[in-house]
Write a protein that binds this ligand. Structure first.
Ligand SMILES: *Cc1c(COP(=O)(O)O)cnc(C)c1O
Length: 395
């Protein structure tokens, strides 16, 4: 079944038709190994080199500073584990409570291995306290890792300031820019980050390809060990079709950047304003002044996010809830919890994430259906002010 209205672009995106077209010959015709001595493989190697140059040109870096990976999670893991392996005397890392699981689960894992992790909190708008960040960096801090933009709320952290702060303190800095690349302009020639992660499938390239940018001079230890691919920094035969697709998708994203920040943003704002006007007891999660243009996280008091999603799904509308339902116990998202969003709101939070393929008709359909859905659910809601006041729930 094809979703009629796809508003879950922060989870994954449609491969742009132009991108699919560019990559197809590398699955069917040009399937040689780019490392081969023969010209059949060599011609693919040349295209790989061109793709690397294209990605570097979009990001404002040197092609040799790019390592192609399999996904954003691999890039994130590689960055952190490399910093620890390259500086074995340093056993401390700094990150935030609102990172993607690709960072947070790894940090928890590292704690079990004996590393110490400082998790920076956020305020009710989802913003960090930079003085707290500066104070958290120690002599034995191996790396600071802070995401560029939050996947749930779209809140953008002040990465240029944080990068400069880390540079001044002489500590390595990594940013998970998976949600930011393609949506906001990032120029690595001006941004003093040491490492940056991005992922193809969040910007209309296929799943299974990512990038880790490693600034020249940054100490680096490979995560995947094997062949000499990526100059010995990441073993494994290159995902040539995926990399060529990623380069095309990034070039397209750059060309569409202005649209993202005008038309797509206007659609998001219309969706938001329409919902807030039509649904009482609803509010936006996160700082609306520092946000991705395509994302909105909206909280509906006294309803369950999963119930809203199921009813939206009946109209062919795909969105996402801010909560992860684990084994029957509904746990609100770690991001909303970190922001201190009240229980009665956090449980009923929905994320709509748009893309350049989102239309006015898509937004009209949501605005037509959603208020009725919330009203219906509230009539059958198990929540009430008195229930919410009881200290029964630990989250
Ligand atoms: C999706 C996402 C990731 C993980 O990327 P994959 O390519 O799916 O592994 C990491 N960080 C953020 C912020 C994301 O949104």
């Amino acid at each position: 079944m094809n979703p009629v209205v796809y508003l879950d672009n922060n989870a994954t995106t449609r491969v742009a038709p132009e991108v699919a077209e560019v990559m197809l010959p590398y699955l069917t015709e040009f399937y040689g190994n780019p490392s081969s001595m023969h010209s059949f493989g060599g011609q693919v190697g040349l295209q790989l080199k061109k793709a690397r140059a294209d990605v570097a040109s979009v990001l404002g870096c040197d092609p040799l500073e790019l390592i192609f990976t399999s996904c954003g999670s691999e890039s994130d893991n590689t960055a952190i584990l490399s910093a620890l392996a390259a500086q074995p005397e340093k056993k401390h890392l700094v990150t935030t409570r609102v990172e993607h699981p690709a960072i947070l689960s790894l940090a928890k894992h590292l704690e079990e291995k004996g590393y110490e992790v400082t998790y920076l909190g956020v305020d009710d708008k989802g913003n960090l306290d930079l003085d707290e960040l500066a104070g958290a960096v120690r002599k034995d801090t191996a790396i600071v890792s802070v995401m560029y933009a939050n996947n749930e709320t779209g809140v953008i952290f002040p990465i240029p300031e944080i990068a400069a702060l880390c540079k001044a303190k002489g500590v390595l800095f990594h940013t998970d820019a998976v949600q930011a690349v393609g949506k906001i302009d990032i120029d690595l020639s001006k941004l003093p980050v040491d490492m940056l992660s991005l992922s193809g499938h969040k910007l209309h390239a296929p799943k299974g390809v990512g990038v880790l940018y490693v600034r020249k001079g940054t100490p680096f230890r490979p995560f995947l060990i094997g062949g000499h691919q990526e100059r010995g920094r990441r073993a494994g035969t290159e995902n040539t079709a995926g990399i060529i697709a990623l380069a095309a998708a990034m070039t397209l994203a750059k060309a569409h950047m202005a649209e993202e920040n005008t038309r797509v943003k206007a659609l998001r704002d219309r969706l938001e304003a329409g919902i807030l006007a039509a649904v009482p007891h609803s509010q936006i999660n996160g700082d609306t002044a520092h946000r991705l243009p395509n994302t909105t996280s909206i909280a509906f008091k006294f309803v369950e996010g999963e119930a809203i999603l199921l009813m939206l799904d009946q109209y062919g509308i795909s969105a996402s809830s801010g909560s992860a339902c684990t084994s029957g116990s509904l746990e609100p998202s770690h991001v909303l919890r970190a922001m201190g969003v009240p229980f009665t709101y956090a449980h009923g939070s929905i994320r709509f994430s748009l893309s350049r393929y989102t239309t006015d008709a898509d937004i009209d359909l949501v605005l037509d259906k959603l208020p009725g859905i919330i009203e219906t659910l509230r009539r059958m809601s198990p929540f009430s002010e008195e229930e919410a006041a009881k200290p029964a729930c630990t989250c």
